[in-house]
Design a protein around this ligand. Sequence first.
Ligand code: SF4
Ligand code: SF4
Length: 153
Amino acid sequence: MTFMEYKYKDIIHRCFRCGYCKFPTDWSTVTNCPSYARYRMESYSAGGRLWLIRAWLNDELQWSENLAKIVYSCVSCKNCVEKCPLSFNDDIVNMVVAAKTEMVEMGTLPKPVKTFLQNVQLIRDFRQKKSRLDGRAEDSTLQGAGVSLLRRV
Ligand code: SF4
Ligand code: SF4
């Protein structure tokens, strides 16, 4: 995917890294963004992550294991959505999810995420085979969780 094909190309530049998304309004702690609280580096806050994604899609930055780790360290808690004062805040997590999806499409996930998803796939396959052997309908527990994407991992 090129930057021009990125669904959020017209709004991602609007983040100006003010930093409000990583702090609560009373500035009493830095735990509003869990990944920033864990690593204490701007790259791991919502603003830093959006800038890295934009640079990556703009070919200003090459994909790397570290970039993938930073993108995937967002846990989609949406705390940043509540704190960001700009009107595009509803799409902050969507912008990160779109970057994660692109990495799935490219097969360039961080190794731990790839291993986790492959294991989910193995469990799903095992359950389906067991259901067939038992003569029951296929177990759909893991259906709908986007596991079909795992075939590309
Ligand atoms: S996401 Fe919003 S609050 Fe966070 S740095 Fe960007 S503009 Fe500021
Ligand atoms: S959704 Fe992601 S970027 Fe936003 S506060 Fe949570 S971990 Fe941080």
